[in-house]
Every structure is written in structure tokens, then in C-alpha cells.
Design a binder for this molecule. Structure first.
Ligand SMILES: NC(=O)c1ccc[n+]([C@@H]2O[C@H](COP(=O)([O-])OP(=O)(O)OC[C@H]3O[C@@H](n4cnc5c(N)ncnc54)[C@H](OP(=O)(O)O)[C@@H]3O)[C@@H](O)[C@H]2O)c1
Length: 278
């Protein structure tokens, strides 16, 4: 049986790590009826004080909700948690916000479909303190009609954003966005290491230079290929190639291994090539 109407907005959360607790808190704040479960008991204290009900088993938690949000460590913890109850999930709605790979999300969707579960996969674009705040959003993928039904119920956690029918797409965009973030974070770490190694004032550099510079350049880096092409077109490729060489040399002079930004050499060669054929 497929339950198409979520009348009471009763939501169950599996997982009370930092993120599960933040999600449950945002839902409680919005007046949702929340049941929580965690593998290790004793983590629901504050949430219970705020009105949540603590279930003593996964099955009890899932039964208490019109829909269940799963937020565990990784894909194998989700499998481990759901496997014993999977045969009893026919007609249930599950939203998995656990980080995973594209293949894992697709396989989980297929596995749960076999048990008659209506399933959405998600990727949380927030950290616990930003859950429920304006900038936070969550990527969802899976059936559009299910998303339309679930989105208003879960919107207090973060703005819901559907990215496609393919259950792997939320994970795809989540992981790709993380790659962008870690790339910037790694570059920033490298920058700070250079300043530190040459005796500069790291705090001043971060506050008065790096933050402002990244803020200024971010729109050009992320608004799409068109924007980054425009940046490259507007700046002489030969100049950029020389600039990158100078930056790598400065890193070596400072004794900071350049492996972290070494992949930039590939762009450098492309720019050099572009400069010679131009
Ligand atoms: N925190 C963030 O900034 C952030 C941001 C975006 C996405 N996420 C994603 O959200 C998910 C949860 O993150 P978190 O910050 O809440 O992590 P966390 O604080 O480390 O909590 C991990 C949760 O997973 C449970 N767990 C681990 N292994 C399990 C197993 N084998 N069976 C059942 N439960 C198991 C833990 O239960 P116990 O208490 O029993 O150990 C705990 O509830 C992760 O996939 C993470 O990538 C987190």
C-alpha cells in the first residue's frame, strides 16, 4: 500500500549524531511531531525535553512516522540499520540524507524499491549550526511527485531543492560540491602555509587579503564554464601561465610542498598552449 497523504506530518529520524540532532531540532521548532531513534541510546535527552518521542527500536521509530528521515554515518550503517526491518517497509516513505556515493544511492534506491518503499535520496548542503537557517539547503533526488509531497513537510530543516529523478543525482551534486569546497579549503591551507613559512602575519593575511580575494573571485569560479571562460578570455593566457609559475616558485621558495596545487600545472599547460596558438 502506498501512503500518499502525510496528514499529521509525523516524522521519524534515524540517527542522532550532530546532524540528526540538528535536523530533529529544526523540525520540532516548526511544530512537527518527531520520533527519534539512535543506535546508542541516551542521545535524545534535549530533544525529548523539547517534545520529541524516543523510540527504542528502528521498527518502532519507522512505524511512528508518516515518513522517516535517515541520517547515519555512511551507506553501510544505513544498510545495517534497515536490513532487519526492510521486509516490513512496504508502502513506507524513506528519505536518506546520509552522505554517500552515486552508486550507493542508486543501489539503495533499487534495494528499497524491492521492498515497496517510496524513497528519496538527499545531500545536506549545511552544517549542524546552519540547519534551519536561511542559506541552508538540501538536495533531493527521486520521484518528483514524492518530492512535492515531502518538501513542505521537511522544509524547516533547510530549503528543499530537487535535482532529478535519478536517485544518484543528489549524491552526485553533493559530492561534486564538496569537491569544490575542499579544493578551495586546500588552496587556502596552502596559502596560509606559505605566509606562515615566510614569517607573515597569518591572521592579518586571512582577514585582510585571502577572505576578500576569495570573495571577489568566487562568482567567477562557480557561476559556470561561461563565467570562468570569460575570466580567462579577459586576462592574457601568457600572463596567467607566468603568474602560476611564479606562484609555484614562491611556494617552493617558502619550502611549502606544492603538490597540493600541483594539478594547476595542467591548467598552466593548457593556457601556455592557448597562448602559443593565439
Ligand atoms: N556534520 C556535518 O557537518 C554534516 C554536513 C553535511 C552532511 N553530513 C552527513 O550527515 C550524516 C551524519 O553526520 P553527523 O555529523 O550526524 O555524524 P556523527 O555525529 O558522527 O553521527 C553519526 C551517526 O551515525 C550513527 N551510526 C554510525 N554507525 C552506525 C551503524 N553501524 N549503525 C547505526 N548507526 C550508526 C551514529 O550512532 P551512534 O551514536 O550509535 O554512534 C550517529 O547517530 C553523515 O553522512 C554526514 O556526512 C554531515
Amino acid at each position: 500500500m502506498v501512503r500518499m497523504n502525510i496528514t499529521h506530518e509525523r516524522i521519524s529520524i534515524l540517527g542522532l549524531g550532530a546532524m540528526g540532532r540538528a535536523l530533529a531540532g529544526a523540525l520540532l521548532e516548526a511544530g512537527r511531531e518527531v520520533t527519534v531513534w539512535n543506535r546508542t541510546p541516551g542521545k535524545a535527552g534535549d530533544l525529548v525535553a523539547r517534545g520529541a518521542r524516543e523510540a527504542s527500536s528502528v521498527e518502532e521509530a519507522i512505524k511512528a512516522g508518516d515518513l522517516t528521515v535517515v541520517c547515519l554515518l555512511d551507506d553501510s550503517s544505513v544498510r545495517e540499520t534497515l536490513a532487519p526491518v526492510a521486509p516490513k517497509l512496504d508502502g513506507r516513505t524513506l528519505v536518506d540524507l546520509t552522505s554517500g556515493s552515486v552508486r550507493q544511492a542508486r543501489e539503495l534506491a533499487g534495494w528499497l524499491k524491492g521492498y515497496g518503499v517510496r524513497f528519496l535520496s538527499g545531500g545536506i548542503m549545511a552544517v549542524p549550526p546552519t540547519v534551519g537557517t536561511e542559506g541552508a539547503f538540501i538536495l533531493y533526488s527521486g520521484a518528483r511527485d514524492l518530492f512535492d509531497r515531502v518538501a513542505p513537510v521537511l522544509s524547516p530543516m533547510a530549503r528543499p531543492h530537487w535535482v532529478g529523478e535519478d536517485p544518484g543525482f543528489a549524491a552526485l551534486y553533493d559530492m561534486a560540491a564538496l569537491s569544490g569546497m575542499y579544493g578551495i579549503a586546500a588552496g587556502a591551507d596552502h596559502a596560509v602555509a606559505m605566509v606562515h613559512a615566510e614569517g607573515g602575519d597569518v591572521e592579518t593575511f586571512k582577514r585582510e587579503v585571502l577572505g576578500l580575494w576569495l570573495e571577489q573571485m568566487l562568482p567567477f569560479m562557480v557561476v559556470g564554464a561561461e563565467a570562468s571562460e570569460t575570466v580567462l578570455e579577459d586576462s592574457n593566457p601568457g600572463m596567467q601561465a607566468t603568474g602560476l609559475e611564479t606562484m609555484l616558485a614562491a611556494s617552493e621558495e617558502a619550502g611549502v610542498p606544492a603538490e597540493l596545487v600541483g594539478h594547476l600545472r595542467a591548467s598552466l599547460w593548457r593556457m601556455r598552449h592557448a597562448a602559443t596558438v593565439a
